[in-house]
Design a protein around this ligand. Structure first.
Ligand code: FES
Ligand code: FES
Length: 175
């Protein structure tokens, strides 16, 4: 039964469907953190400056602190938890660890999601593309050098994997 003053919101988060009640003023960040207990979505500035609350909404990065829960009715949301498949981390997450791109870790989920969007939308991103992709995400520990290194590393790995796939498949230049 619907509680008075609340609205029903249906959404899919990390591949799982939810039907929840929210006040019309409830922010998406609060719905994710408090109702669904997804704590990787971080609360920072709460005014669209730091990017700590970044999630992907239907594949695109948004600030969940500036989005009302009712606005995402029927939408798909991705948080970093959704990048773990069969207990295996996405290569971006692995690269952040290997390149020491995580200090306090507060900005990390948002950074990874911003970079994930880049990898999904730009085939061979340049360093400038990489820098631009995370320009809406601030790192208070100022670990930018290693964050950029981690993303570049993932781009290189992805390229290598694609080359291996082509070599293993029907090579267009077979002799
Ligand atoms: S908490 Fe949303 S942008 Fe800072
Ligand atoms: S690692 Fe601490 S805020 Fe970025």
């Amino acid at each position: 039964m619907k509680t008075t003053g609340y609205v029903n919101v249906s959404l899919n988060v990390n591949g799982r469907s939810y039907e929840v009640e929210a006040e019309p003023r409830t922010l998406l960040i609060d719905l994710l953190r408090n109702t669904l207990k997804i704590k990787s979505v971080r609360r920072g500035c709460e005014e669209g400056e730091c990017g700590a609350c970044t999630v992907l909404l239907n594949g695109k990065p948004i600030y969940s602190c500036l989005t009302l829960a009712v606005q995402v009715d029927g939408a798909e949301i991705l948080t970093v938890e959704g990048l773990i498949k069969d207990e295996k981390m996405h290569s971006l997450m692995q690269a952040f660890i290997e390149n020491y791109a995580v200090q306090c870790g507060y900005c990390t989920p948002g950074m990874i999601l911003a970079a994930y969007y880049l990898l999904n939308t730009v085939e061979n991103p340049t360093e400038e593309d990489i820098r631009r992709s995370v320009s809406g995400n601030l790192c208070r520990c100022t670990g930018y050098v290693n964050i950029i290194k981690a993303i570049k590393d993932t781009v290189r790995r992805k390229k290598r994997e694609n080359q291996i796939k082509v070599t293993k498949g029907d090579a267009p230049y077979k002799v």
